[in-house]
Design a protein around this ligand. Structure first.
Ligand SMILES: N[C@@H](CCC(=O)N[C@@H](CS)C(=O)NCC(=O)O)C(=O)O
Length: 253
């Protein structure tokens, strides 16, 4: 059974989730109508558990009743199903390059940014240094590498990699304020900084990303929770250094 292109689209997401924003943005860039269902991740709905039993995370996209999970998988499905306004290049090598940098963004950059957010003191300094190293790699690609001379990673228009990197990048300035660190230094990363400003200026992006004050308030609460949980864990470590309580993973992306 295949879903018709015109079959209804339903997106399960969470307002603060950059993974959800990726899918919302891609659907908007394609001009597709969809129903949005807000999930409460502290009390996941039976539908979410049914449609994403493996990871039990948002986003989940239902197309004609058929579920898809994992944001990058969903983005590629959207792009392959609705060929208008392509998000991926045609050439297989170029497509592979986009996938490579999507993985870099999720595996390396996002991990380091999350670590800055949940740590303090020396641990946080190390995480900030890791973010800077990863941003320097992207800056190098924009300056001399694969994306040299492009307005966006996708060329003149936003592409899949812009959606993936961009939807996480608005957290950088939020985390700078909440965790009192400097992550995007315009002098060190002028091309990345310029790219991010252009990304944020796109109408579809402005419609997708929640207002900064709401994100700030939310981020302050979550950081407070994570930092206090981590100090509790340190306090309950036994003499051998073994930790007695597992800190809950970062609740959000
Ligand atoms: N790799 C997943 C990550 C999705 C993810 O981490 N979603 C978070 C919200 S931002 C979530 O649903 N967390 C709930 C949980 O971990 O139980 C993707 O790209 O879709």
């Amino acid at each position: 059974m295949t879903s018709e292109k015109t079959s209804p689209l339903k997106l399960f997401g969470t307002w603060s989730s950059s993974y959800t924003h990726r899918v919302q943005l891609a659907l908007k860039l394609k001009g597709l109508e969809f129903e949005y269902v807000e999930e409460d991740l502290s009390a996941k709905s039976p539908s979410l558990l049914l449609y994403n039993p493996v990871h039990q995370k948002v986003p989940v996209l239902l197309h004609g009743g058929r579920p898809l999970a994992e944001s990058i998988v969903i983005l590629q499905y959207i792009d392959e199903t609705w060929r208008e306004s392509p998000l991926m290049p045609e050439d297989p090598y170029e497509r592979a390059i986009v996938r490579f940098w999507c993985h870099f963004s999720d595996d390396k950059l996002a991990g380091a940014v999350a670590a800055v957010f949940r740590t303090t003191a020396e641990e946080q300094k190390a995480a900030v240094a890791e973010v800077h190293q990863n941003l320097a790699v992207i800056e190098g690609e924009l300056r001399e590498g694969h994306f040299k001379g492009r307005r966006f990673f996708g060329g003149e228009k936003l592409g899949l990699l812009d959606v993936v990197v961009g939807c996480g990048s608005f957290w950088l300035s939020i985390f700078e304020e909440v965790a009192e660190v400097k992550l995007i230094d315009e002098e060190s990363f002028p091309l990345f900084h310029g790219w991010l400003r252009q990304f944020e200026a796109q109408e579809a992006v402005k419609e997708t990303i929640p207002p900064a004050d709401r994100l700030l308030e939310y981020a302050r609460e979550v950081r407070h929770y994570l930092v206090s949980l981590s100090s509790q864990v340190k306090a309950t470590s036994d003499d051998s250094g073994r930790v007695n309580v597992d800190p809950e993973e970062d609740k959000d992306g």
